[in-house]
Design a protein around this ligand. Sequence first.
Ligand SMILES: Nc1ncnc2c1ncn2[C@@H]1O[C@H](COP(=O)(O)OP(=O)(O)OP(=O)(O)O)[C@@H](O)[C@H]1O
Length: 236
Amino acid sequence: MTIHASFEAFSKRRGSRFAVEELTFDVAAGRVVGLIGPNGAGKSTALAGLTGLLEATSGRATVFGTDYRSLRRPATKVGVNLDGMDVEPGLTGRRHLKICQLAVGADPGNVERILELVDLAAEGNKKVRDYSLGMRQRLGIASALVGSPEMLVLDEPANGLDPEGVQWLRRFLRDFAASGGSALVSSHQLMELEQVADEVVILKQRVLFRGTIEEAKALGAGSLESAYFKILEGAR
Ligand SMILES: Nc1ncnc2c1ncn2[C@@H]1O[C@H](COP(=O)(O)OP(=O)(O)OP(=O)(O)O)[C@@H](O)[C@H]1O
């Protein structure tokens, strides 16, 4: 199995306490892995640690066998869209993607293809300040795709999407994985995640559960949501 990302006893102290402690799990090629946990569980910290935005206090988080910051052209390996990666509101969506494309040295043809893919082609010349939440979310996913990466790291990608957008995202992630890509996706939308993820990691500062969706559902009598509450309750 080809491993795209690895957390090896990754710990990060933030302020006076550990935001995450001893995280250990992998993301393999062809797999969509859902990262779930309550507010403040450390999901964003884990994703930021994986993508070189935070240094580990101890342990490691690696992509393609190395630190994200050591990748030669990171956007061609890992596409990232995290909370707080805001777009300059005065830019049009198309201009923003062009800038991303120039920054990562990607094929200029990618921008139009990706605008079509995320269903923003008709809105490409609109300023981002005039985008809806769902349109901003799709632009964020588009930014992650500009370098044609093998792996995606997405923080709450379904947030703000309408039902059509959620369905699109589900199909997109399934197709991405089917063609050998991988995705690590944080989410609070358990019902949705149940349909798209192959594996799930339940986090509350530490990893409380990691396994396949089927294994998780079996713990919750067929429901990821029931399993989630049971596992969190058991950890109290
Ligand atoms: N910049 C920061 N400085 C200090 N502590 C922080 C900082 N950012 C987050 N934390 C703390 O780290 C812990 C984990 O936060 P994190 O944002 O990673 O959780 P999360 O699971 O992504 O939460 P949410 O579901 O609310 O987005 C929390 O206790 C939070 O207060």
